[in-house]
Design a protein around this ligand. Structure first.
Ligand code: MRU
Length: 354
């Protein structure tokens, strides 16, 4: 079965895989307006940092098509509330901001275009963001591939897979590549409470690809690490900042501390679209808080007393000291070197051989 796509642009409509229904049902939402895209991001129909960045870009392209204007400048002015709406959907992943800034730059550089030409340019840019993301993920896969030795067992968390990106995934990219190369390996997927991206999405995606995957509850991770059953952990990120601190799905921090305690390498796969050099340290990353129902119910079935108080932070920050290396499309680097990611000369020298 070919890899499912989280999002696709077909004939001036955006189709979003309704990930809340996985693994039982494969259904696409058809979006004709940016507000439908914004709602899909907000309610996790589409999720994963790169995928929601692509969705935001496609949302802008859709919005633009529905705007009546006689100049490019008028389109730009009418798009400003759209940018704000899209950026308000999920605060932690920097990819939404990154994608909006890229679309905005394109508009600013093309204010001389006719409205129709600008609309076309924005659509092409959104599609290009998705295509580039797939290539970026493949490069991450190539840099991470040497970690995959015959017979190894790899742990991952949440879903940093094809369905969290334009395609191929970040943490899963080396898995797909290793499988293609005939390397024999096994993946342990943590279920990832509260909304179970590991159980519902990662295990589904890897099984579909014929990869040997085993599902565990999140609280089983420690004992497997302690028993020496895991060679390394690889997972994704929603925002990695100047000092190498990494925001990712809640529970990532606990896993990183467990890795350090048990001397298991902890790798983060991070496309540069998720690196935010404007922020110095992880404490400044906004952490999304979500609906308590995600904790008190599973698939709408209550699992806790009604009215119970809940803390539901969607992400946590793992300090750089717990991260063995950050693997980007430009190579793998020590977390304290990520601040040089845009300095091509320096980064060339700092690239790690995994
Ligand atoms: O709440 P989600 O499902 O959007 O969280 C996703 C993650 O935490 C992923 O690990 C991260 O976005 C990286 S995806 C390549």
């Amino acid at each position: 079965m070919p890899m499912l796509e989280a999002i696709k642009w077909v004939k001036d409509r955006v189709y979003i895989l309704e990930q809340r229904l996985l693994p039982e049902k494969i259904e696409y939402l058809e979006c004709t307006d940016y507000e439908e895209v914004a709602l899909a991001i907000e309610n996790l129909s589409i999720r994963g940092a790169p995928a929601i960045g692509i969705a935001a870009a496609m949302g802008i392209a859709l919005a633009c098509m529905n705007i009546k204007a006689s100049t490019a400048k008028e389109i730009y002015d009418k798009l400003k509330p759209v940018f704000n709406r899209l950026i308000s959907t999920r605060p932690t992943a920097v990819n939404i901001k990154w994608a909006i800034e890229r679309m905005e730059r394109l508009i600013k550089n093309n204010l001389n275009l006719s409205p129709d030409k600008l609309k076309k340019a924005l659509k092409n840019e959104a599609i290009k963001i998705q295509e580039e993301d797939i290539e970026i993920n493949k490069k991450i896969g190539e840099y991470a591939l040497p970690l995959f030795k015959n017979g190894c067992t790899v742990m991952t968390y949440c879903n940093a897979g094809a369905l969290a990106t334009g395609g191929y995934g970040t943490a899963t990219a080396p898995m797909y590549l290793a499988k293609e190369k005939g390397i024999n390996f096994r993946v342990i997927a943590c279920e990832t409470r509260p909304v179970l991206q590991g159980a519902r999405i990662t295990s589904f995606e890897l099984l579909q690809a014929g990869i040997d995957v085993t599902l565990i509850t999140d609280n089983t991770a420690g004992v497997l690490l302690k028993k020496g059953m895991i060679d390394f952990v690889i997972l994704g990120t929603d925002r990695t900042v100047r000092n190498g601190d990494v925001a990712n799905k809640i529970g990532t921090y606990s896993l990183a501390v467990l890795c350090k305690e048990n001397k298991v390498p902890f790798y983060v796969a991070a496309p540069t679209s998720s690196i935010d050099l404007r922020i110095k340290s992880g404490v400044q990353i906004p952490i999304e808080e979500r609906d308590p129902n995600e904790v008190t119910k599973i698939k709408n079935v209550p699992i806790a007393p009604e009215g119970i108080k809940v803390i539901n932070m969607a992400f946590d920050v793992t300090p750089a000291k717990y991260v063995t290396a950050i693997i980007t499309e430009k190579g793998a680097f020590l977390p304290n070197h990520i601040k040089y990611i845009n300095n091509s000369e320096k980064i060339e020298k700092l690239r790690l051989k995994l």
